[in-house]
Every structure is written in C-alpha cells, then in structure tokens.
Write a protein that binds this ligand. Sequence first.
Ligand SMILES: C[S@@+](CC[C@H](N)C(=O)[O-])C[C@H]1O[C@@H](n2cnc3c(N)ncnc32)[C@H](O)[C@@H]1O
Length: 234
Amino acid sequence: MTVTRRSGTAAALCTGKTFPVEPEPSPDTDRARQLYRERAGHYDRWVKYLNPLRRRVIGKLQLRDGDHVLDMGSGTGASFEALRAAVGTSGRVTGVELSEEMAAVARKRIDDHGWANVEIIVGDASTAPLPTDVDGVLFFLVHDLTRIPAVVQRAVAAGRPGARVVALGPVSAPRWAVPVNVIGRVIARRYITTFEGFDAPWSHLAVELPGLRVRRILGGGVYLATGSRSDATR
Ligand SMILES: C[S@@+](CC[C@H](N)C(=O)[O-])C[C@H]1O[C@@H](n2cnc3c(N)ncnc32)[C@H](O)[C@@H]1O
C-alpha cells in the first residue's frame, strides 16, 4: 500500500513502523500558471516589504554600467528597478515570466517608468528563447524554477564566462527551528507547486556552478546562493 507523505508520517508516529513515502512531484507549470493568474492582481502588495532584502541580493550580482542581466521568473517586475539602477541606462534587463497576468503587471511598470532597456520574454523558462550574452542571472523567490534542471542549465548557459548567478529562496530550516519551518511552509505553499528539493533548493545550481557558495539567513528558513559561470561550465 502506498500512503501519502502526511498519513505516512502520522502512521509512523503512532505505530513506530515506517511506511513508504511518495516522493515530492516535479514543479507543475500548468498549476503555476493558474496560481499566478490568481495572484497577479495583489502580488505586489506583499512583496514590497522585501525590497531592502531584494536590493541587497541584487548587489551580490556585482553588476556594472552597460551590463545585461537576466531575471528568471521575473513576475510583476519587482526587481526591475534595482536591476536597472545597477546596469544603468546603457545596460539591459531581460525578464523571463510564465504568467501572462504577472507579465502584464510588469509591462505596466515598465511603461509607467518609461524604461526603454527592460524587456520581458513571456513563456516557460524551460523552453523560451533566452539571451546568450548576460553578465548576471537572478533567481529571486523562484523555487519551482530552481528545481527544473533544464531551466538552471539554460539560465547558466545564457551567461558569458564569468557571469554571476545569485539565487534567494525558501529552504527547510534545521528540524529544531519548528516555528521557522511551519511559517516558512505556510507562506511558501501559496507560491510554489512542489516542496521537491526543499532541503537543498540550490542543488541543481551547484551542479552547473562549481564553487557555488550557499548561506542561510533569516533564522535558517531562507538561503542565498552566489556563484559564477566559469569557462568550464557547460
Ligand atoms: C514567487 S514569484 C517571484 C517573482 C519575482 N521573481 C519576484 O521576486 O517577485 C514566482 C514567479 O515564477 C514564475 N514561474 C513559475 N514557473 C515558471 C516557469 N516555468 N517559467 C517562467 N516563469 C515561471 C511565476 O509565474 C511567478 O511569476
């Protein structure tokens, strides 16, 4: 008999026996599209509180005037202002976004600011055409994307040799940090379609970026990974 993760755990706690546990599924792109169709209208209301952290994380990309930066799962474009400030008017910002509705909010942001050097590719990052000349790649709060090996591989391949890659997202905190884990999972469940890889969401990045550095912040429930594309990277 196959039991679900939850009932398996409960049964194991009650009886002391172990039961087979179903593996977490891969990210579900159709569900993500549906999820963000519903979230697009009010996404920015909550995400604005992350702006100081967002700016700090974008600083880790070490962008310079004239650089080209790729924002994977760019959503409503909440990172665009800081990315654009980092690359200047002679640089470029390219967002890749699955949801038409999230991209529509981002497009309005671009139009309202009159940003001529920010563009959005709307599509699934597993297959959408990506640039090949970027100096930095950002994965900000995109667990689903970091758990698709092809997406990580394509994003890293979009970088020139030496391009910086920075990822920030939720992660399982150590077991003893029960409140961090409970709160983290309740929030994450609203924005991701799988908890697959939640113990080490950076694992596919680590394959593509030898020397990736990972540290935990905010009580251990959030990770920050930084790396660079070397010449040897595929
Ligand atoms: C939590 S939001 C983060 C948005 C943005 N990075 C931010 O910092 O606010 C996750 C975004 O990833 C997008 N996404 C999920 N799967 C995707 C895929 N396969 N390709 C492109 N974008 C995807 C979602 O549509 C959503 O806009």
